[in-house]
Design a protein around this ligand. Structure first.
Ligand SMILES: Cc1cc2nc3c(=O)[nH]c(=O)nc-3n(C[C@H](O)[C@H](O)[C@H](O)COP(=O)(O)OP(=O)(O)OC[C@H]3O[C@@H](n4cnc5c(N)ncnc54)[C@H](O)[C@@H]3O)c2cc1C
Length: 477
């Protein structure tokens, strides 16, 4: 693993969950000092649930537990909460996930994942930089530089996952270009500051508050809801930030202290290849997108989940290396989808939503149908995106339904495969694939679903002898 950000750490956790030996190198001395990502959608929480981490993540998210609303005002002092959005689609609202989304700042989340990865047995080496690598038929030889000791060492690995960020030195070394819309909108500035504003926001807590004061229009993001804030705006980097912030907040904030000023540019770019031989890109190394739909890290976490079981299956000999071709086919399509959706949105919660955009629940649940990849059957039944209407279609995440008090359909696969079936499970259980009885509106009598270790439906049909054959065929690539 190259990179100890959200995606590298999650990949290490997924690989350990599958019993794979993993060394993670990160050139920085610490996890991210910047709060950056804060919204983790239900699909990421489902993945953390599968890794046994949902509770620690929820605990880390405690500070922002009541901060789901958007807000708007001339200044913070005058701001009001906006109502929460509702899912589109007809019929009774269904529970979309066994998990709730959460808000937790990246600088709080990364140490949680780092600790979990170490506890799970990953060798996590911070202050260690990958300086070069070369691959051959049997593996990858990497040169590492230890910034603490100044020592250079060599490491041999079967595969490399490059979660080394948007500038990805590994992607550059492989000569992989990126395509997409490029820069979106004007350059932005994030001002991270501390100020005790708990009395000002009490009773109208928010995730993001759009402030319209002409001196400093922008959006204020809650980092811990009390003391830590990020103000996102445009314009010059060098300005009298304390004075401007006090004006936009509309309160004296005597203890206000600016911690960092970070210029950034929203971009939409997706790598033209996610894999090159034994090296695979994940996270921002593979795709960058504007943060307006909070999908950057969430898409990377789903990359890790998809790649992890495939690498494990190849390493254990259960699958042929050709299975890994499906990583590019599936996740590059998903990267394009989320990057496109993100670049057609803004943070302006007051404008009416564009009906041609994907339903927010589709994005939150990762309810995206892979157009090609490791599944069997045709895709005549197309998963819609402008409404959230999952129906157990092939190449989509299995819809959540409770099978038992605390057992969701999303709990039955991973690290292994599973079956969800409409009739007697004993009729189906074959070759070590456990079958679970599922009484769901989207399953016809006698039907069964074969679920991959990453909760994706690989096959749907009525013949109980087929799933084992399908699994073998998919593993053979
Ligand atoms: C303002 C803002 C708000 C955002 N909000 C959200 C949000 O709400 N939800 C969301 O999902 N996403 C959000 N994002 C996006 C999210 O922050 C990124 O998608 C995410 O951090 C990417 O994680 P990563 O692990 O892929 O890359 P990074 O976090 O960039 O990590 C890459 C790591 O690789 C290391 N590295 C690089 N080269 C080497 C090398 N040669 N050797 C060793 N280590 C190396 C780097 O030091 C770095 O730590 C936001 C982004 C911004 C800017």
């Amino acid at each position: 693993m190259v990179g100890g950000g959200l995606v590298g750490l999650t990949t290490a956790l997924v690989l350990r969950h599958h019993g794979v030996e993993v060394t993670l190198v990160e050139k920085r001395a610490t996890t991210s000092p910047q709060p950056k990502a804060r919204r983790f959608h239900v699909r990421s929480l489902e993945i953390f649930r599968g890794l046994g981490l949902a509770e620690v993540v929820r605990e880390a998210a405690r500070d922002l537990a009541e901060h789901d609303h958007m807000a708007t005002g001339h200044t913070l002092a005058e701001a009001r909460q906006l109502p929460l959005w509702q899912p589109s689609g007809s019929g009774d609202p269904v529970e979309i996930s066994p998990e709730l989304p959460c808000l937790v700042a990246q600088d709080v989340m990364e140490p949680v994942l780092r600790q979990a990865a170490e506890d799970a047995g990953a060798r996590v080496r911070f202050q260690t930089e990958l300086t070069s690598f070369a691959q051959d038929a049997d593996g990858v030889s990497a040169e590492l530089h230890d910034h603490r000791t100044g020592e250079d060492t060599a490491l041999r690995a079967a595969f490399v996952v490059a979660a080394d960020g948007a500038r990805s030195p590994v992607r550059s070394a492989l000569g992989i270009d990126r395509s997409g819309r490029g820069a979106i909108g004007d350059p932005s500035v994030n001002v991270y500051f501390h100020a005790d504003l708990s009395d000002v926001v009490r009773g109208r807590e928010f995730n993001l508050c759009k402030l319209e004061h002409p001196a400093l229009p922008g959006a204020l993001a809650s980092v811990d809801g009390r003391y830590r804030w990020v103000f996102m705006t445009g314009g010059e980097v060098e300005r009298d930030w304390p004075a401007l912030l006090r004006t936009a907040l509309g309160v004296p904030a005597p203890d206000l202290e600016v911690r960092s000023v970070l210029p950034w540019q929203a971009e939409m770019l997706v790598a033209d290849r996610y894999s090159d031989g034994r090296v695979h890109l994940a996270g921002d190394a593979a795709h960058v997108m504007p943060p307006f739909a909070a999908l950057g890290a969430n898409t990377g976490i789903a990359d890790a989940h998809n790649l992890g079981w495939k690498l494990a299956a190849v390493l254990s000999g259960a699958a042929a290396p050709a299975l890994l071709d499906s990583y590019d086919a599936e996740r590059r399509a998903a990267g394009w989808f989320t990057a496109d959706q993100s670049s057609r949105r803004t943070w302006d919660a007051t404008t009416a939503p564009d009906p041609t955009l994907a339903d927010p629940f589709v994005l939150a649940a990762g309810a995206f149908q892979y157009p090609a990849g490791a599944f069997a059957g045709d895709l005549d039944d197309v998963e819609p995106v402008t409404e959230f209407a999952p129906a157990g279609r092939i190449a989509t995440r299995i819809p959540h339904r409770w099978l038992d008090t605390d057992l969701s359909t999303l709990d039955i696969a991973g690290p292994g495969w599973a079956l969800a079936v409409a009739d007697d499970p004993q009729r189906w259980a074959a070759d070590g694939i456990p079958a679970h009885r599922l009484d769901a509106d989207f399953l016809a009598p006698g039907e069964g679903l074969l679920i991959r270790p990453d909760d994706v439906i690989a096959w749907r049909g009525t013949d109980p002898t087929t799933p084992a054959t399908v699994r073998e065929k998919l593993l053979a690539g």
